[in-house]
Design a protein. Structure first.
Length: 104
């Protein structure tokens, strides 16, 4: 999953890259962020759909399944993944639920 997200940043990102890790309540949150000045809001909503690619001219070799597989794997493990596009900055956010151990 991480390899796919990092490869996408390298291939499609523009400029800076930020990968952050933080704890938020009962989750560990990883954010993959990069500039995506040419990405439209409508495209961002579909990034996790199988066979969707924002490459309108289909000039790249991407078939658009990497992010769909990543989303499916994250959700099958019981966690959450989402995408945000704010002022040309794309963020893919994974919220990993922390396991709670019973100690007695």
């Amino acid at each position: 999953m991480f390899s796919n997200l990092i490869q996408n940043i390298i291939k499609y990102g523009e400029g800076y890259v930020v990968i952050s890790l933080k704890r938020s309540n009962d989750c560990i949150v990883i954010i993959f962020q990069n500039a995506a000045l040419n990405l439209r809001d409508e495209d961002a909503k579909h990034l996790f759909e199988r066979f969707f690619t924002a490459d309108r001219a289909r000039t790249g070799k991407s078939i658009g399944i990497g992010l769909a597989i990543t989303k499916q794997l994250v959700e099958q493990m019981g966690h959450e993944i989402s995408v945000e596009l704010v002022e040309g900055n794309l963020s893919i956010i994974i919220k990993w639920k922390c396991l709670k151990y019973i100690t007695e």
